[in-house]
Ligand binder design. Sequence first.
Ligand SMILES: [Mn+2]
Length: 329
Amino acid sequence: MIQSLPIDWAEAQALLRKAKRWAIVVHEKPDGDALGSGAALTSWGRRLGKSVCWGGTDPFPAIYDFLHEKASYRRFPNALELFQPDTLIVCLDTSNQARSLAGMEERPREVPLLVIDHHRDNERYGDVNIVCPEASSTAELLWDLALKSDWEIDRDEALSLYTALTTDSGRFSFSSTTPYTHRMAAALLERGVEPQTANRIIYNNRSLAALNLWGKVFARTMSLSRGQALLSWIEQSDFSESGAAPEETEGLVNELMTVKNVSFAVLLTEERDLAHVRVSLRSSGDVAAGDLAARWGGGGHRQAAGCRLETSLKEAIAVVSREIEALHG
Ligand SMILES: [Mn+2]
């Protein structure tokens, strides 16, 4: 791993060794990296003879049901029950306390906190912080920890780490993907991960209903600003007609960015009340997605942002496309 700041592995290892109990906490709306990393660390802890619990504020997303520690994941209503003697709290993939559990800020001094994360905006809120923004994923840091600690890595743990690695690196395509990321993937294959099986269980799990809904959205996509931008939308009736669930539109807007010469994409989703529209923006060009979202009271990053408009879908299509045409000239 390439790193900008020194990392105190020895202090982290000492905390992990000393505690009788590990309470592993992942961020709200946990993703593949949070869950894959949490599953691997849970399993290692148990093998080391620790009493381990792991979980987060939100339910376990069904698409990751195949992870081997799924059954031991728990929803914690707040952090208070974790504040017990001989316990170490480990926050994974979580940049600040507000994204972990309610009440985490009230942690007593005698309950140590270890933070392991790769978010650039991590607030280093732990007693020991393994924070490395250059890492493709939190899993990459857990992999280092396991190697430095001489922990065994079995096939289930390898699959959990591989899930985290591939989802957080966009299947090894984001700029955070390094030679080290690939070396780690290679080592996971040596420990029994089969890439074709992993790909099937991680990605090929869409419902036909969702495929039908995505098809409708693709078919009605409009080209703006001489093909530099694309805009499409989801009507409420699309959900009832296709039978797809709202969460099955996750990632749809990214597909619009796969069209040649497109550097800006917008997906509008009509809300249930037919009086609000959710706007998802993606950009890889000069017009920052976050700037446009901010104009309408939303926020986000340069490449990905969102906002919500109080208007009909028809009006939103008109307003947003006019704005994009003006910005791209
Ligand atoms: Mn992550």
